[in-house]
Design a protein around this ligand. Structure first.
Ligand SMILES: NC(=O)c1ccc[n+]([C@@H]2O[C@H](COP(=O)([O-])OP(=O)(O)OC[C@H]3O[C@@H](n4cnc5c(N)ncnc54)[C@H](OP(=O)(O)O)[C@@H]3O)[C@@H](O)[C@H]2O)c1
Length: 299
């Protein structure tokens, strides 16, 4: 496959690049500075030049609080940007693979959400992402829209300044008391597993909307407890309620995604506990390699 990857140096983008290249695909990475998806002309030009068969779009404006303050920008990137890509792909014949979010749901269902469940976003971010999904459906025929949840990867989210696992470990190492909500239930998802599962899904050519996260579910508090336990770090961690952190932004209290449709294609993705162990091993390997790398001397 020849792929154009947008948002290439982001958290998911970095692992898509590694996984697809390791599988032998030709991937052309494009950062925000190289291709802004808000520019329809630039998107069309780059797609025409690269002649990619598949466009992977991880580009998004997903700082939830910032989206609330700046809805115009949220809709520009997450909705109009998605439409620009859909139109360019429809024109060039490329397949569009676009990532969306569990935040399109309000959490009231209290059971894993299926693709047929009606979205009801609680915040501007979720609303702008569902708008992007609809605009893709209206403008392209061959696409995958993949809703995912609670991402973490070694690159860390550029939009959110790191990732939850690293933030927990950093606070624990600093000896900080940690309070984490236990009334928001989700599925933390390792970006390496999502990248691999995305590749397998693309190969089926069964286009459409899919839910794809790690298997299983937990609260943020349970996730934090597992991180500290598996990393062998002692910390002062206590469960709190969402209402203990006053916020202008509402978040779904339950946003687990059902993988029934994905599994029906005879595909699978590992459980979050297994993914977390592999992530922790990978980060310590990377840290070790970084610590033994020769120091560059200039002059
Ligand atoms: N993180 C999560 O927990 C989570 C959960 C559910 C769904 N998702 C979805 O998963 C996708 C990937 O998330 P992620 O965690 O990998 O995010 P990320 O690390 O913040 O990466 C997003 C990338 O998009 C780029 N970007 C932002 N605006 C752009 C624009 N207008 N044009 C081109 N590139 C632009 C960013 O570049 P700059 O940093 O240089 O601006 C960054 O490289 C997003 O669609 C997000 O909505 C994420």
């Amino acid at each position: 496959m020849k792929l154009l990857l947008l948002g290439a140096n982001g958290q998911l983008g970095s692992d898509l690049l590694r996984v697809f290249r390791a599988a032998g695909d030709s991937v052309i990475p494009a950062t925000h500075a190289e291709v802004d998806i808000c520019s329809a002309d630039r998107v069309s030009l780059v797609l025409g030049e690269t002649k990619a068969d598949v466009v992977l779009n991880t580009a998004a404006f997903h700082k939830v609080e910032e989206c609330e303050k700046n809805p115009a920008l949220a809709f520009q990137v997450n909705a109009t940007g998605a439409m620009n890509l859909a139109r360019a792909c429809q024109q060039s014949g490329a397949v569009l693979v676009h990532f969306s979010t569990d935040y399109v749901f309000d959490g009231q269902k209290r059971a894993p959400y299926e693709e047929t469940d009606l979205p009801s976003p609680l915040n501007v971010y979720g609303a702008s992402k569902i708008a992007g999904e609809h605009l893709i459906g209206c403008n392209a025929e061959r696409y995958f829209v993949i809703r995912t949840c609670g991402l973490y990867g070694v690159a860390g989210s550029s939009g959110k300044g790191g990732n939850f696992v690293e933030n927990m470990l950093k606070k624990a190492m600093a000896g900080d008391a940690m309070r984490v909500v236990d009334d928001q239930v989700l599925t933390p998802t390792y970006t390496v597993d999502l990248a691999q599962a995305t590749r397998n899904l693309i190969l089926t050519q069964k286009f459409g909307l899919y839910h794809l996260s790690s298997e299983g579910e937990c609260s943020w508090y349970e996730f934090a407890r597992s991180i500290l336990k598996l990393a062998g770090v002692d910390a002062r961690l206590s469960p709190v309620k969402t209402t203990d952190f006053p916020s202008t932004v509402q978040r779904p209290s339950y946003s687990v995604l059902s993988k029934i449709k994905f599994r029906a294609l005879a595909l699978s993705i590992p459980p979050w506990q297994d993914a977390l162990s592999r992530y922790l091993k990978e980060r310590s390997t990377q840290r070790h390699l970084a610590s033994v790398a020769p120091t560059q001397v200039s002059g």
